[in-house]
Design a protein around this ligand. Sequence first.
Ligand code: FFO
Ligand code: ATP
Length: 215
Amino acid sequence: MPHPKLLRRALRASRRALSSRSQRNHSRLVARLLRREIRFRRARRIAAYWPADGELDPRPLLEDAFTDGKAVYFPVLGKRIGGRSRVKLRFVRWIAGETMRPNHFGIPEPTRRGRHIRPARHLDLILVPLVGFDSACNRIGMGGGYYDRTLAFLKARRYWRRPRLIGLAHECQRIERIEPRPWDIPLDAVVTERRIYVGSPPDRQIWLRDRSHLS
Ligand SMILES: Nc1nc2c(c(=O)[nH]1)N(C=O)[C@@H](CNc1ccc(C(=O)N[C@@H](CCC(=O)O)C(=O)O)cc1)CN2
Ligand SMILES: Nc1ncnc2c1ncn2[C@@H]1O[C@H](COP(=O)(O)OP(=O)(O)OP(=O)(O)O)[C@@H](O)[C@H]1O
């Protein structure tokens, strides 16, 4: 595998190179695939992200979420220590149309705090942005380790109730194999414009109900 920095750069360039028409199509197709899934339909609290740098746009899916009365959250970075944020993400409730403010990386964040903030473990579903993935649902992110640190609690033990982690991506972000590092948190599924990839064995049944034609 090439050096991680070069790999990230190439994958980021490939998602940025998609036309805005493909971008729109892909996010509509992803929404169409995921909205039928029980893991999405049952979820009451969903975290998404504000798309940047060619990332798959989760907003068509969020329209479904609002229609269904789900609560939608966006990640916010914690306070910076020594110039670099080394802390975990927290999730702030978002109301459509609400003012956003760019964070340290220029990505818009909701501005409300206080009782609108929730830790990751209170969420039912987390839509995770990614730079690269493989068919086993291993993930490469932007390299800050934010999602890995935020979700590290999932490694400590098995939870009966825990947030399900769904990566959203373009098919061009898939690579043959990602060797997971010890701190990497595997995703439960990755959804692209083409199909749903299912990761962890405990969840296979629920995702693969009637899609045997795909695997
Ligand atoms: N849309 C979106 N929101 C997100 C993430 C994400 O991947 N996508 N994150 C997922 O973790 C967190 C932010 N993490 C990020 C980590 C690095 C860079 C980034 O652009 N890094 C620059 C160098 C930045 C600098 O130091 O000034 C780069 O790599 O070019 C952006 C976001 C939380 N919010
Ligand atoms: N649970 C953890 N505890 C301590 N450090 C961690 C943990 N998870 C990740 N890190 C640190 O974060 C750094 C970046 O991790 P990695 O390259 O996996 O980021 P990423 O998953 O690609 O990015 P992101 O999650 O922000 O999109 C690593 O060098 C690692 O030291």
